[in-house]
Design a protein around this ligand. Sequence first.
Ligand code: LLP
Length: 429
Amino acid sequence: MSAFAYRHGALHGETVDLAAIAAAIGTPFYAYSANAIRAAYRAYAAAFAPLGAEICYALKANDNLAVVAVLAREGSGADVVSEGELRRALAAGIPARRIVFSGVGKTESEIAFALDCAVAQINVESAPELDAVARIARAKAKRAPVALRVNPDIDAGTHAKITTGTAENKFGIAFEDAPALYRRAAAMPELALKGLAVHIGSQLVDLAPYRAAFGRLAALARAILAEGLALERLDLGGGLGIRYAGETPPTVASYARLVAECVGSLGCALTLEPGRSIVGEAGVLVGRVLYVKDGATRRFVIVDAAMNDLIRPALYDAHHDILPLREAPGAARARADIVGPVCESSDTFARARDLPPLEAGDLLAFASAGAYGAVMASTYNSRLLVPEVLIDGDRFALVRPRMTYAEMLARDRIPDWLAVDPGDDSARA
Ligand code: LLP
């Protein structure tokens, strides 16, 4: 059951009335359910326990320290793609020995920082990056734990902007180059070569692309093992889809069965990097209707949340269910476009959506916004980053306050030569 459900006609997160949060902190805001996050993590932990897999939550989906702390308490590891994410994982209590550092373009200082922290593994995505890691490790008189991320050239069948595993994508080492690079890496004294990694895309609602990719990975692993080279770990990435618009994504249990089938007999330790499927359905974005405008051909419901708060509809044409905070059972539905205040036509959450009648002041929630929501927010149009709230049973806490205008303005500097005395009109001649 979803953590967000109607109770006595009011949409709740666990047992907290979302309207009460709106009254306390204003709108828009993100709300996350700690118990939904725990349940999603535990589903992975239980399904993959027989395979002994390490679950490394991908922070890119939601990097709020409180969210990561929920997972740290569960024993989760982390998949990070920047020094910032690495610092967040550590700050939230995830030990470095459970952290994998991924990403196609790590800087020298990021690699150095990761080695200083003694992360479990650095997933290397190119030959020059491999050399950089070795060089930095040598300078520090350390051995860098690395895995090679290979590109299996499998189309994940997901949105083009979140497909990562085809030869056309920038990610990973070309499959045919992998054996030679693996041999080279195995011979480098500065490296402790752990194994291989793949990640083919995100929001997969079908297991077939995984089967194809893991099949190729297993064949490569067998060839490497047959050469007598060490290969102790396979990192299978993330990507399992969630429900946005009535999809039926595979269960974690069926995913685990597939993994067992494809790579179970290799005797390698496993790592998984799920992001969206841990936090996606555990979060909503709540906004308030500002105006209802009947245009020449369409009705527009203008809300106070916008594309800068949740960019997925604008960027990927993503669907998010829209739930009025007050249930209106039996009310006739009216068709409308749900739009934000930003000055772009792409600032549209939904087109021609049939919703119960909405009026100014009504609150509504955008569902399945726990992943790739707040993390992708910006201050476009000089809008303040919105607050985030963690609900845990019957309590809630503000886990990121709303940005203030003072904070926003304080980030910029006007150079001396442009500084004007506000009272001196002559300077503006
Ligand atoms: N591991 C690697 C190497 C990744 O690149 C990703 C996601 C993950 C793990 C986690 O994948 P997940 O389990 O969350 O699917 N902003 C897009 C999604 C981008 C995903 C990028 N990589 C969206 O809003 O749909």
